[in-house]
Design a protein around this ligand. Structure first.
Ligand code: ADP
Length: 303
């Protein structure tokens, strides 16, 4: 396991920011750490990067304990904090040279050239950081996080404040980097996870409320069929509808429309059609939609 978190709790005074959080991440995974503002994402990331101590629980990064082997943890992690702390007066290459010095990197010149190329900064390496757009500043932050060839990257809201084009570029870059690195990235936007991640861990008020691969979550998402009949269905027949195979919930949407929720991905329109036919009901409209991940996230994190 690249990251192993076991029952981590964190208090700020009397406020509990993390409540016995546990998860593990296998090497090579790109995992989205998703939750509304204030859910505890940054706190968890700061604990994993050893910038903050947990009150309870334990965690390892690449097998190194965050309490007893902080240096080894820091060496295996590249971290892009939420507010990317760059030196605005430095030139891009100069800043990376400075960082490489802090890491005591050997052969730093070649490594800097490599990360500059990998993050698409070649044409900007001689520019001052404060002359760069937000998207390019994020690239510099990523280049800096990658300098010491960490096996794990922790990116705290890496795309916040980027315009749509910059967003696409940074997402592509993260995916590219993720081909050889384990990545845990936080965001409060589900689309972001869909664009970059294999798996999502959803946190709300310091508790993990979902942890699964996107493909499973997509297949778990309920199927909803809205059916409109030509008149209001008699109560006895309504009882029958709710017994159609796999129906988990039925809502009457005025006037003659019923919304049926199914716990299956199999297209259930034909079952509804057969039901109508057997009971001599006329269908005026039949629509299928799948509950998308965005709705699922809202439901898991609402008050
Ligand atoms: P997220 O990154 O998901 O937005 P945070 O980890 O920043 O959430 O915050 C989790 C909770 O802890 C929030 O309620 C926040 O107000 C609180 N919190 C975060 N940092 C501090 C701090 N330094 N002092 C007091 N409370 C904090």
């Amino acid at each position: 396991m690249s990251i192993n978190v076991h029952n981590i709790s964190k208090y700020y005074g009397s406020q509990k920011a993390l409540d016995e959080v546990s998860f593990s991440i296998k090497s090579g995974e790109i995992v989205g750490f998703l939750g509304p503002n204030g859910a505890g994402k940054s706190t968890m990331m700061r604990i994993l990067t050893t910038y903050l101590n947990a009150n309870e629980g334990s965690a390892t990064v690449n097998g190194h304990d965050i309490k007893t082997a902080q240096k080894a943890v820091q060496q295996s992690i590249g971290y892009l904090p939420e507010s990317n702390p760059l030196y605005p007066e430095m030139y891009v290459r100069e800043y990376l040279e400075f960082s490489a010095g802090v890491y005591h990197l050997k052969d730093s010149k070649n490594r800097i050239t490599q990360v500059i190329e990998a993050t698409g900064l070649s044409s900007h390496e001689s520019k001052k950081i404060n002359q760069l757009s937000k998207g390019y500043k994020q690239r510099v932050g990523l280049a800096n996080a990658l300098l010491h060839e960490p096996q794990v990257l922790i990116l705290d809201e890496p795309t916040t404040g980027l315009d749509p084009n910059q967003l696409i570029e940074i997402r592509q870059l993260i995916k590219k980097v993720g081909q050889n690195t384990t990545i845990l990235l936080s965001t409060h936007i589900m689309q972001e996870v869909e664009a970059m991640c294999d798996r999502v861990i959803i946190i709300n008020k310091g508790n993990i409320v979902a942890d699964d691969y996107l493909k499973n979550l997509k297949s778990d998402a309920n199927q909803i069929i809205e059916v409109e009949f030509d008149y209001k269905v008699e109560p006895e027949l309504l009882q029958q509808i709710s017994k159609v195979r796999e129906v988990t919930e039925m809502i009457h949407v005025p006037e003659f429309t019923y919304s049926l929720k199914f716990a299956t991905q199999e297209d259930m329109r034909s079952a509804v059609f057969d039901f109508a036919h057997d009971n001599k009901l006329k269908i005026l409209a039949l629509n299928k939609r799948n509950k998308n991940l965005e709705t699922m996230f809202q439901e898991l994190t609402q008050e």
